[in-house]
Design a protein around this ligand. Structure first.
Ligand SMILES: Cc1ncc(COP(=O)(O)O)c(C=O)c1O
Length: 462
């Protein structure tokens, strides 16, 4: 591909190093550079329109032009553009957002600490797990359990928790003290003839074995996304969390629900943990907290965890953690307005109202020759492409079938995301209409047709 001279794509290719990107390919191809947004649409530097079927990175929950959020941020910039949260300081929107967030959180939650990104929220949670166990006199209980294919972020600790090899390779991760248990994906890891419940029983048993082998007295917490997002939109099998939670309770292991994607309505309840009857001790959230108009994340603590840490900080004289921009007043003002909008629009009802139309479109691809599994909950889902529907054999990753489909989507004006195993994710903004969901389907049909023709011409399918 030749980059147009003086285009933003060319500047980006020449000067900008990207995350989650092949740097050499980027030098050659540049970026798809967006210039503006309107509702569910974004427009690139040439003016081409795209339906943002991924809400960016699962996050722009209210689309790309919400005037109330823009005004809330501008007003706060005029009033108090910065303040911090160290040494008993705060700002008015930050205090108000904390109150609002706790009022919306599950009943056992009592305090929130703000950070800037999902990774920081997870990192903070890992530090809380350590501090908590020191505070309650169990200093050995420090290991944390993540799951294969899970995604929790990119800092040293949160990337360690991920169960995705590219997050570890050449970064010398995972760090010490991080364990991984099974991926709860029945389609991929269920045995021949095994029901979802039987699969859940088997992998819960594996979790207990891991805990016993490692020594329950050394394990502090398990981190779980209610649905695994960036690792493939993996929906847990029936009864999974019902079986996992008693095991964690039996061995006094905290449960951290990583709601960076699932929080704020995505799964059809305000919190993903409510969709799966989880009772977490800590919740991490970000993304839709501010509709992603400005970075902010939160680590929400149950009263049990809060009280122990408060006692510990009192004993030490300080809780020495926090970020310069944690609880930033402009982010807090935007977050507060976002939560007010969710309340006024009755977010959960809106999501539940849109879900049948969204899921109908997503599952309409089940019979397509390239498709192995369509899976969804609420307003998030994935379509997993396979080389052979009967054997569920994946394509050779080098063939880049998923990436080709995503690129064909862009050609036809819809943005979806190709993930590991050629799973194509969709996670549209909550302001999408049924008519726009229909448009998404038309554009996706064209992308699937092109990809199928290409795969045939490459000899990838029969
Ligand atoms: C479940 C989960 N946790 C943590 C993160 C990390 O968030 P960030 O990219 O804001 O650091 C993500 C990002 O997608 C996520 O999906």
């Amino acid at each position: 591909m030749t980059l147009t001279a003086n285009s933003y794509a060319a500047k980006d290719a020449a000067y900008h190093a990207h995350g989650q990107t092949n740097w050499r390919a980027h030098e050659e191809n540049g970026a798809l550079v967006m210039e503006r947004g309107d509702g569910i649409y974004v427009y690139d530097e040439t003016g081409k329109e795209y339906i943002e079927g991924m809400s960016g990175l699962w996050c722009a929950s209210l689309g790309f032009s919400n005037q109330r959020l823009i005004d809330a941020g501008s007003a706060q910039l005029n009033k108090l553009p910065y303040y911090h949260t160290f040494n008993h300081k705060s700002s008015t929107p930050t205090a108000e957002l904390a109150e609002k967030l706790i009022s919306m959180a599950p009943d056992n939650m009592s305090r929130v600490i703000f950070n800037c990104s999902g990774s920081e929220a997870v990192d903070t949670a890992i530090k809380m797990v350590r501090f908590y166990h020191n505070a309650i006199g169990k200093p050995l209980k420090k290991k944390v359990i993540g799951r294969i294919n899970a995604y929790h972020g990119t800092t040293i600790a949160s990337a360690s928790l991920c169960g995705l090899p590219p997050m570890h390779n050449w970064f010398d991760l995972p760090m010490e003290g991080v364990l991984h248990t099974d991926c709860p994906h029945h389609y991929r890891f269920g045995l021949e003839g095994e029901s979802e419940e039987e699969f859940a029983t088997r992998i819960a048993g594996n979790l207990e074995t891991l805990i016993i082998e490692e020594g329950p007295e050394t394990i502090g917490a398990m981190f779980a996304e209610p649905i695994i997002g960036a690792g493939g939109v993996i929906i847990p099998p029936a009864t999974y969390f019902d079986k996992i939670q008693p095991i964690l309770r039996k061995y006094d292991i905290l449960l951290v629900s990583d709601e960076v994607i699932c929080g704020f309505g995505r799964t059809g309840n305000m919190w993903g943990c409510q969709t799966y009857d989880m009772t977490p001790d800590i919740i991490t959230c970000a993304k839709a907290l501010t509709a992603s108009y400005i970075p902010m994340s939160a680590t929400i603590l149950s009263d049990k965890v809060y009280q122990a840490i408060a006692d510990g900080s009192n004993e030490l004289g300080v809780f020495s953690h926090g970020f310069t921009y944690g609880g930033h007043p402009v982010a807090a003002a935007v977050g507060l307005e976002t939560l007010k909008i969710y309340e006024e629009m009755d977010l959960v009802s809106v999501v539940r109202g849109l879900t049948p139309a969204f899921q109908k479109v997503l599952h309409s691809f089940q019979d397509h020759p390239l498709v192995g599994e369509c899976r969804s909950v609420g307003m998030v889902g994935a379509i997993e492409l396979v080389q052979n529907k009967d054997t569920k054999a994946n394509f050779d990753p080098a063939a880049k079938v998923g990436a080709t489909l995503a690129r064909n989507g862009e050609k036809h004006g819809v943005i979806v995301r190709a993930m590991k195993g050629d799973a194509i994710a969709m996670c549209p903004p909550f302001i999408i209409t049924e008519e726009q969901i229909g448009m998404m389907k038309t554009r996706l049909d064209a992308a699937f047709d092109d990809t199928y023709k290409w795969a045939k011409s490459e000899g990838l399918v029969g």
